[in-house]
Design a protein. Sequence first.
Length: 175
Amino acid sequence: MAKSYKELMNTITTFIFDVDGVLTDGKVHIAQNGELLREMHIRDGFAMKAAVESGYHVCIISGGSNEGVRIRLRNLGITAIHLGSPDKVETFKEYCDLYQINPENVLYMGDDIPDFHVMQLVGLPTCPQDACPEIKSISTYISHKEGGTGAVRDVIEQVMKVQGKWNTYFNGKLD
């Protein structure tokens, strides 16, 4: 019998996220100078920072490339930021090899076709509510949140709660 997504969350040590459609709503605003501007949900950022500070590996793999995105993610403590990645599977394999991460211990959240093949390699493939049908069909967990509206917070919070780390993280912060 297949394990439930909650059982799989017990083994997660690593979070990997796409950017456009996962950390953002997938829309871009085009500035007059041609720069593409994106919005990210502050709660997703808060959860990613909590995950980093709690000892999880957090990695970003995106086909898009934007220095504003890189700066935002670095400010959250994320150091494994792979923007402009032409081959997400290759980037994923290199990342796992470098940090000796077992793919079974990885939660990957993607939303569209470029995420399909890498999501087939991880222990817990997930997606936002508004992901494309092909990605939903291979996802073990589909967030009730859409991309850019807290889907990342949803999966991080659930994993940390299952592992007993969510309240532990906040106990010192609420005093």
